[in-house]
Design a protein around this ligand. Structure first.
Ligand SMILES: Cc1cc2nc3c(=O)[nH]c(=O)nc-3n(C[C@H](O)[C@H](O)[C@H](O)COP(=O)(O)O)c2cc1C
Length: 189
């Protein structure tokens, strides 16, 4: 399997309206592949403009927020690029689509990095943040998973939350748990 970086992608539509979504971008030599499942606003915007910004952030609230309907995160303009970046990005890459491998389920947009910048220092790994990333991915796949699998994953990830979370991580975990509990309730009903 290739290396994948978990990013928050910012894109814009033809009218300039911004869309924010977490997506894993896939390494392919000097290129990065963006592979959105249909239907996807990110996909529509990539087709419309051929550009995205990969925001590299370790902010757990943004990953958890995007998966729970909280997409209004502060943005900043990027010189020479119509797509803004997240204020919270530690660094960003401007991605320009080179070509597209069409697919009925999951097309692959091969992108080159046309500019990059660093904004803030990375302050180190944290187990709770890693657990929130996993839980956010779990939330994006709830419709495909049985209740036992969801409960087992949450029980495991909760260990890192209990041991290493600060306030932002606890808030992010709470948002994700609200969504998961509501989903599990629909399975029991
Ligand atoms: C860490 C992370 C990585 C994700 N990677 C992908 C991805 O590669 N492709 C995809 O379609 N969705 C991915 N998702 C789910 C999308 O964020 C979510 O489905 C999103 O709403 C995409 O649809 P949109 O472009 O319409 O916003 C990921 C979610 C998380 C939390």
């Amino acid at each position: 399997m290739p290396y994948i970086r978990e990013t928050i992608l910012t894109t814009v539509d033809a009218a300039g309206a911004v869309h924010i979504a977490p997506l894993g971008i896939i390494a392919e030599g000097e290129f990065w592949i963006i592979a959105p499942f249909r239907p996807s606003k990110t996909l529509d915007n990539l087709v419309a403009t051929g550009m995205a910004i990969a925001n590299l952030t370790d902010d757990p609230l943004i990953f958890a927020g995007c998966l729970t309907g909280r997409k209004d995160w502060p943005l900043l303009p990027v010189e020479g690029c119509p797509v803004p970046r997240l204020e919270a990005a530690l660094a960003h890459d401007v991605l320009t689509v080179e070509d597209v491998a069409e697919d009925a389920t999951r097309p692959r947009f091969r992108c080159r990095v046309s500019a990059s910048a660093t904004h803030a220092p990375f302050t180190g790994l944290n187990r709770a943040r890693a657990a929130i990333l996993e839980a956010a991915i779990l939330v994006s796949r709830l419709h495909m998973l049985p209740a036992e699998k969801i409960e087992a994953e949450i029980a495991y990830l909760n260990i890192a939350i209990e041991k290493t979370a600060g306030d932002r991580e606890r808030q992010a975990w709470y948002w994700l748990m609200e969504r998961i509990i509501a989903h599990l309730a629909t399975l029991e009903a």
